[in-house]
Each structure stands twice: as structure tokens, then as C-alpha cells.
Design a protein around this ligand. Structure first.
Ligand SMILES: C[S@@+](CC[C@H](N)C(=O)[O-])C[C@H]1O[C@@H](n2cnc3c(N)ncnc32)[C@H](O)[C@@H]1O
Length: 244
């Protein structure tokens, strides 16, 4: 199940998407954290940390950050664990991993959500932050999450959702589609950064609805699957890997 159909003018098929996305984040990597700080008014770190704690991340757990990028979720995991437990990050972009390695001491691996480079039942907690739209196949990714989690392990997927109300949609389009790409260009001077943030809204707008995501998570063996929503746009999907 694709998270969205091909984005016109960007690529035509799954292989084209994989290459486009890898190139997009390799080139945008040096700018990602600055855009995150300015574009989201400095709220991103606390938001991620609170979501991890609400989803049940605790010291002593082994935690995996899928699509870790420059390490925004990894950093929050390290803080919550406070040195007790294991934190790994995995991402297909060398550029994003390079930025993460500069400031964080966690284990970082090159890899994709759909084929995680870890044995079965390796982790107690798995999070994916704002990357759901980039995978080729949601069900394949969620099946991998289930495979690498231990029985009873916890899943957290953070994602931006297209607002359901007309007012919310107008506001989101104004900010994410019409302003943020330009703001990103102004603060970084980079056309790559502008493209990264244009593509951000294009995929949010085209993404399958939350109900389809919930159904796909449930269908791959997770229990107690829920969605928590903030400001009509920030979704947190949670679930528990089935006990045997
Ligand atoms: C918007 S960034 C999110 C980074 C970080 N998780 C955060 O919360 O800010 C999206 C990340 O997804 C990664 N990505 C793209 N395709 C992926 C895939 N198939 N599997 C895992 N990660 C992928 C990109 O390389 C990029 O680092």
C-alpha cells in the first residue's frame, strides 16, 4: 500500500521516488535542522520528547528510530533513556546520517524502513518521525516494525496529516505550501532546502487518510492501535506488537 500516488513532475514510479527522495535529503541535510528550528518555532524537540514519553518510552529500553535523519527523534530518545538502554537510528540518506553523527552518540545504520538491518525481536520501542510518506509500501514497513519489535514492544509513528476542516486546510496551505519553502530558502540561501520543503507539503496533501494508516498498522499485527492528534495536524499513531 503506497502512502501516496506519484507526485507529478517529481518522478514517475517507485524506483524514481526512491532516488528522488534519497537525493532530496542528501542535498537538504545541512539545512534540515535550521529549517526545523525556525519553521516550527523551536517546538520540535519538546513535541518529539513528549510523544515518546506518552507512547511509553522508559529508561532501560532498547529503542530504534526509523528514518532518523539528522537525529531529532534520536536526540529525544537519548534524553528519555538517560544512558540506560540502547538507542539506534536507521536512515537511507548518508547526508542525513552524517549530520546525526556530528552531534549524537547513538548507533547509526544505513537502511530503509521496508528492509530493516536488524534481527527479529531486537527492540522494545520503535519510532518513526515524519517519514511515513517517503516509504514505498506502508504495509511492508509496518510488517518490518513488527518483526524487529519484541512481543509487547511499542510503536510510535509521528506524522503531519492533512487537516480535516476547511479552515485548517486553508491555514496549512498558506503556511506549509505558500510560505515555508520561501522561508527555508531565505534562511539557508539554498534551492535544495526550498525544494525539500515544497515536497514536504506536496506529500502531506497527497497522503492517504489517517484511517487507512490505522488500518494498515492494525493489519500488520499491532494491537491497541490509536491516533492522538494535536492542532488538527500533528498525528501520533501508537500500537503494541502482539504478544505470542
Ligand atoms: C523529514 S525527515 C525526518 C527526520 C526525523 N525523523 C525527524 O523527526 O525530523 C525524513 C527522513 O526519512 C528518510 N527516509 C526516506 N525514505 C525512507 C525509507 N524508505 N525508509 C526510512 N527512512 C526513509 C529520509 O532520508 C529522511 O532522513
Amino acid at each position: 500500500m503506497r502512502p501516496h500516488e506519484s507526485i507529478a513532475g517529481r518522478y514517475e514510479d517507485d524506483e524514481g521516488k526512491r532516488k528522488f527522495v534519497r537525493d532530496l535529503f542528501n542535498r537538504g541535510a545541512p539545512h534540515y535542522d535550521r529549517i526545523g528550528r525556525v519553521g516550527f518555532f523551536g517546538t520540535g524537540h519538546l513535541h518529539r520528547r513528549r510523544a515518546l514519553e506518552r507512547a511509553g518510552l522508559r529508561p532501560g529500553m532498547d529503542a530504534l528510530d526509523v528514518a532518523c535523519g539528522t537525529g531529532a527523534v534520536t536526540r529525544a530518545m537519548l534524553e528519555v533513556l538517560g544512558g540506560k538502554g540502547r538507542v539506534c537510528g536507521v536512515d537511507p540518506s548518508e547526508g542525513m546520517l552524517g549530520e546525526a553523527r556530528k552531534s549524537l552518540s547513538a548507533e547509526f545504520h544505513l537502511g530503509q524502513a521496508e528492509a530493516l538491518p536488524f534481527p527479529d525481536a531486537s527492540f522494545d520501542f520503535l519510532a518513526m518521525g515524519y517519514a511515513l510518506r517517503h516509504v514505498a509500501d506502508l504495509k511492508r514497513a509496518f510488517a518490518e516494525y513488527h518483526r524487529v519489535l519484541r512481543p509487547g514492544g511499542r510503536l510510535l509513528i509521528l506524522e503531519i496529516s492533512r487537516p480535516q476542516t476547511r479552515f485548517g486546510l486553508v491555514l496549512s496551505r498558506l503556511y506549509f505550501r505558500d510560505l515555508l519553502p520561501g522561508i527555508s530558502w531565505l534562511i539557508t540561501g539554498s534551492a535544495d532546502a526550498r525544494l525539500m520543503m515544497s515536497y514536504y507539503w506536496e506529500t502531506i496533501d497527497a497522503c492517504v487518510p489517517p484511517a487507512a494508516i490505522l488500518e494498515a498498522v492494525q493489519g500488520t499485527g499491532f494491537q491497541n492501535v490509536q491516533r492522538h492528534i494535536e492542532l488538527g495536524i500533528f498525528s501520533a499513531y501508537t500500537g503494541l506488537a502482539n504478544l505470542p
